[in-house]
Write a protein that binds this ligand. Sequence first.
Ligand code: FAD
Length: 301
Amino acid sequence: MAHLEAQREIPYNLFKAKTPLWGEVLETYRLTPPERPEENDVRHVVLSSTGLSYLPGQSVGIVPDGYDPRTGKPHKLRLYSVASDSKGDYGDYKTVSVVVVRHFWNDELGGQNRVPGVCSKFLCDCEVGEKVRITGPVGKRFLLPTDYQQRDLIFVATGTGIAPFRGMLKQMFEEGYEGQVFLIFGVQHSDTVLYDDEFKTYLKYPNYHYATALSREAAKNPFPDIVPTRQNKIYVQVRVWELRDELRASLAKPDTVIFQCGLKGMETGVMNVIDKIGLDLGIDNLSKELQTDGRMILEVY
Ligand SMILES: Cc1cc2nc3c(=O)[nH]c(=O)nc-3n(C[C@H](O)[C@H](O)[C@H](O)COP(=O)(O)OP(=O)(O)OC[C@H]3O[C@@H](n4cnc5c(N)ncnc54)[C@H](O)[C@@H]3O)c2cc1C
C-alpha cells in the first residue's frame, strides 16, 4: 500500500464523540420510490459541517439522540461513508452528505420482528433544520491513490456501498481523470439504483464504464457454471465476468486498483471471478496478489 501513498494530509478524527461537531440537516430526500417497502428506504442526507474536512472514501460518525436501554448510557456513534466529494454537495466545503438505508433486524430472544435500527431510523427520520452530532472523519485506506490520474480503477459497490464512489467520481472527472474507470453497482431493483441519473451523466466520458447488477429482477445469471450465484441471481460478480475482456486489459496493468464497498459477503464472489480473469493473464490467485500489493481495497459492513 505504501507505494500508493505519496505524501498527503489525511484529515482524521477532527471531532470525537465527546466533542462532536453539531451539524444541521440541510436537505434530506428519499432516493428510492415511495411505493417500495421500508427496507428499501434509502435517503440522501446533506448536513452542514463547517470545520470538518474529509476525503471521499472516509466515513463520519453520527451519534443518534437518546440512550441505549441496555446500558442506560447515551447511544454510541455509527459510521457512515461520506457520499460527497471533499467540497461537499454545495461546493463550498461546508457540508457533508451521507446515504443511509433504514435498517431492521429480528430480535430472536425478545421475540420481536423488524426492530428498527437506532441510528438509521434516527437519520432517516431527521427533518430539515434538526441538529445532528457528527464525528470523524475516519478511514485512511479506502482512498483514491494520490497519483490516480492515469491509473485504471475498478469500483464495485452494493447498496449504500456506492457512497464513496459518488464523491470519488465527481472529483476524478472534475480533475480531468485519464485512466479507465469501471463502476459496477449491485442493487435489488431497477428503480432502486441509487444516483443512477448522476452516474449516467458520466457516460459522456469515453473512459467511464457503468454497469448495474439487479438481483431481484426477472433476468437470470447467464453464466451459472462459470460464476455460480444463489438462485442464479444477477450479482455484481456476474457483471464483472461480463466485462471480462475490458477488465482483463486493465488488470494486465501493474497499477490498476480495485475498490469494493458494501454488503459483507460480496467480496468472495468478486475475488473468485477476478481469479478467473487472472488465469487468462497467466496469474494464479490474482485477487491475493492484488491484496498483497495493496491494489484490492475493501470496505464491507
Ligand atoms: C465503515 C462503515 C461504513 C458504513 N457506511 C454506511 C453507509 O454509507 N450507509 C449505511 O446505511 N450504513 C453504513 N454503515 C452501517 C452503519 O454504521 C450502521 O451499522 C447501520 O446504519 C445500522 O445501524 P443502526 O443503528 O440503524 O442499527 P443498530 O440498532 O445498531 O442495529 C444493528 C444490529 O445490531 C444488533 N442489535 C441492535 N440492538 C440489539 C439488541 N438490543 N440486542 C441484540 N442485538 C442488537 C442487531 O444485529 C442489528 O442488526 C457503515 C458501517 C461501517 C463500519
